[in-house]
Design a binder for this molecule. Sequence first.
Ligand code: SAH
Length: 397
Amino acid sequence: MKNEIKVKVRNDYAKKMKDGFPLIEKEALINADILSEEGQTLHLIDERGRFIGRGYYGEQNKGYGWVVTRQQDESMDQSFFEKKIGTALQKRSGFFKDESTTAFRIFNGEGDGIGGLTIDYYEAFYVLSWYSEGIYAFKNQILKALQNLVEYKGIYEKKRFNTGGKYIDDDDFVTGERGEFPMLVKENGVQFSVHLNEGPMTGVFLDQRDVRKAIRDRYAEGKTVLNTFSYTGAFSVFAALGGAQKTTSVDLANRSYPKTVEQFSINGIDYEAHDIKVMDVFEYFKYAVKKQLTFDLVVLDPPSFARSKKHRFSAAKDYKDLLKQAIAITEKNGVIIASTNYSGYGMGKFKGFVEKAFKETGHRYKIEEQYTLPSDFVTTKEYKAGDYLKVVFIKKL
Ligand code: SAH
């Protein structure tokens, strides 16, 4: 292949890479110094010079890029992207047929064979997220591949390749018609207001779909609900539609208030019958203890890292303490829904925090059910960190 550079993989990394591990870890390469331009195609060989696979150079905090094929004769051209996206679309055919859900993921990075790229569908609009300059270098081929495969009104993009995976604030419109935002999409019959050209987030986190449905269908009826780190109030809306007595949504960001009001209103719920608080969750916990407020259902869905004026939170270190604060204001036989999208640990360790938090507060508990990513967020078993979502429904006994 033209313009391809040969990179040598250390023996202790070569085996798992041959077996399907898709990430090109920084420590894996012997001659990383020859990487010079993001988007370079890499011909990966082992220490004896044998072909392992082909990938691209694109720095993310996780590594130098991704292996995308282990076939010698396959290169990263438009037909390659068409094949990968085509297969991914077929896997979501059930979603396209289901009229009650019109927003979902059609391409999930390494789970669908190309790390660093995701594509989401929002009712006739597509949103491409680029996680490195390297994958962005293939934009033309990827865009053409998508355009050849689907009908669409418009295509948007999110460039997340600034240092540390941060979003680059731009006009996110790419091609087709511009949408009128906010626009309405549906999830299991519930309306969501989304904005595809207003920063990195669209208004809904699609990976929590199954959790929202469970709340509405099986956990909310007659309950008092506290939704922490509530963003646009998606969990609160599903709880309200499931017959919750009352929901309380707490988020620090000013935008969360109007967004949550809107979210309730488009679903025909009187937002004034619910509480929407713009404040620090950790301050809210103190307030609730002081006022002796308790809840039947508490949702914890913090970002992996958060910093407010008075508090710092890191899912790696502080989740146990967050749980303890939630336990203190949860009714007996109430349920805590603990969620994290932190990819640095798996379900086992996450449940370890649950165990410790209950032990240290002197309460017993029972895990009612647990969730990982929904089926449109396809993952590969060779790359465990890609299956980042962990949600446990815990009953306080
Ligand atoms: N649970 C939401 C998504 C949460 S996104 C959903 O299902 O849609 C994380 C949110 O946490 C952001 O809206 C951010 O404003 C909020 N946040 C971060 N730190 C916070 C804090 N200390 N107190 C309250 N909200 C916080």
